[in-house]
Write a protein that binds this ligand. Structure first.
Ligand code: PLP
Length: 389
């Protein structure tokens, strides 16, 4: 029996549709609707008996379905759904599976915390946000009926890690689902479904897209779980343009190469910065002294391209360092080829109250780096001149 293709091969070949013109990958079909040979043929596609193309807002477009199949293969899931953004994926996930209550564990992207803490409660959806893995409090929320546990690991911006396998077992003991935001790690470094999670979410705007030129989101998991989410996606109009799907498929072909270089560069910067007199702390899962290092070695196969420096001197020193960077751009977001730096208090957690940031250990002196694909020595030199200034 031939074995299944390995990860890098799947990045290139999984999901690709044979093309009558000979294109080695699925072409871009901008088409919004597709013709059918008979009324029965159309009905078979509408009712899901036969796979096929139908209407692009439903996601039934070959360019979109092709990249979804690739993404499902990379995360090891049965099915994937593509969304207009990571937040669109999160909102459909919460609408579809969060009706009995959601428990968010630990740090998360500020937009996700805002959605859970401020927006969904306005619609009567209950979300409990726990600071970290507090097993007793999680048990209490699950006993009270919550059926969706959500977490991000490594988390934004502290890089705090959570044990996916342990939390999946705890959630499953109550019949609840575990969804993991795998944006920071990517399936190259971590595969939550293999560790027991039920659903994986990505902001594909980040590493999956990888070039800071597309906005998209992804959910991966069992087909039965994604069906309800797909209904919300359709109703809310959250399917991206086929152009975005084609751009994402282009990016996924080089994902392993890019992520390995992000990992290597981030490790080199973390090691250079841990000895710097102006840096109080370096938060990076690849450092032996990082509190989650042992867990990172267990559940990740690479430590990622994001690291957070805590600059000595707090807010003023962090702002001054940011303003002096020349090569590393002052911009939010992450996962692109170019290195970016941002102050979480200013951007990702701008809408999170100062009190809540303190509760979550997000300090004013934190400078988060999305380490790009430049030569690590140039990035270290830029940081050194900015810190020295
Ligand atoms: N999840 C994480 C970890 C993020 O960093 C972000 C955005 O920064 C999101 C989700 C939301 O993604 P998007 O901006 O694509 O909606």
């Amino acid at each position: 029996m031939p074995r299944d293709p390995l990860f890098s091969t799947r990045c290139i070949h999984a999901g690709e549709r044979p093309d009558p013109q000979g294109s080695p990958f699925t072409p871009l079909y901008r088409t919004t609707t597709f013709r059918h040979d008979s009324a029965q043929g159309l009905l078979d596609v509408i009712e899901g008996r036969v796979p096929g193309n139908l209407y692009t807002r439903y996601g039934l477009n070959p360019t979109i379905q092709s990249v979804e199949d690739k993404l499902a293969s990379l995360e090891g899931g049965e099915r994937a759904l593509l969304f207009t953004s990571g937040m669109a994926a999160a909102s459909s996930l919460f609408f579809a599976h969060g009706r009995d209550g959601i428990v968010c564990i630990g740090d998360a992207y500020g937009g996700t915390l805002d959605l859970l803490g401020e927006r969904l409660p306005q619609l009567g959806l209950r979300a409990d946000c726990l600071l970290g893995h507090e097993p007793d409090r999680l048990d209490a929320c699950l006993r009270a009926g919550s059926r969706l546990v959500f977490l991000e690991t490594p988390a934004n911006p502290t890089l705090h890690l959570l044990d996916i396998r342990a939390i999946a077992e705890q959630a499953h003991a109550y019949g609840a689902l575990l969804a993991v935001d795998n944006t920071f790690a990517t399936p190259v470094n971590q595969r939550p479904l293999e560790l027991g999670a039920d659903l994986v979410l990505h902001s594909a705007t980040k590493y999956l897209g990888g070039h800071s030129d597309l906005t998209a989101g992804v959910l991966v998991g069992a087909a039965a779980l994604l069906e309800a989410t797909n209904d919300w996606r359709k109703c809310l109009g959250q399917v991206p343009a086929p152009d975005t799907a084609a751009l994402l498929a282009r990016s996924l072909r080089t994902l392993p190469l890019r992520v390995r270089q992000h990992n290597e560069n981030a490790q080199a910067i973390a090691e250079a910065m841990r000895r710097h007199p102006r840096v109080r702390r370096v938060l990076y899962p690849g450092l032996a002294e990082f509190p989650g290092h042992a867990l990172a070695k267990r559940q990740m196969s690479g430590f990622g391209g994001i690291l957070t420096l805590e600059i000595d001197g707090g807010w003023a020193a962090a702002v001054a360092t940011l303003d002096r960077l020349r090569l590393i751009a002052n911009a939010p977001s992450l996962g692109g080829a170019e290195s970016l730096a941002t102050l979480p208090a200013l951007t990702t957690h701008h809408d999170t109250s100062a009190e809540e940031r303190t509760r979550r250990g997000i300090t004013d002196g934190m400078l988060r780096l999305s380490v790009g694909l430049e030569d690590a020595a140039d990035l270290i030199a830029d940081l050194e001149q900015a810190l020295a200034g």
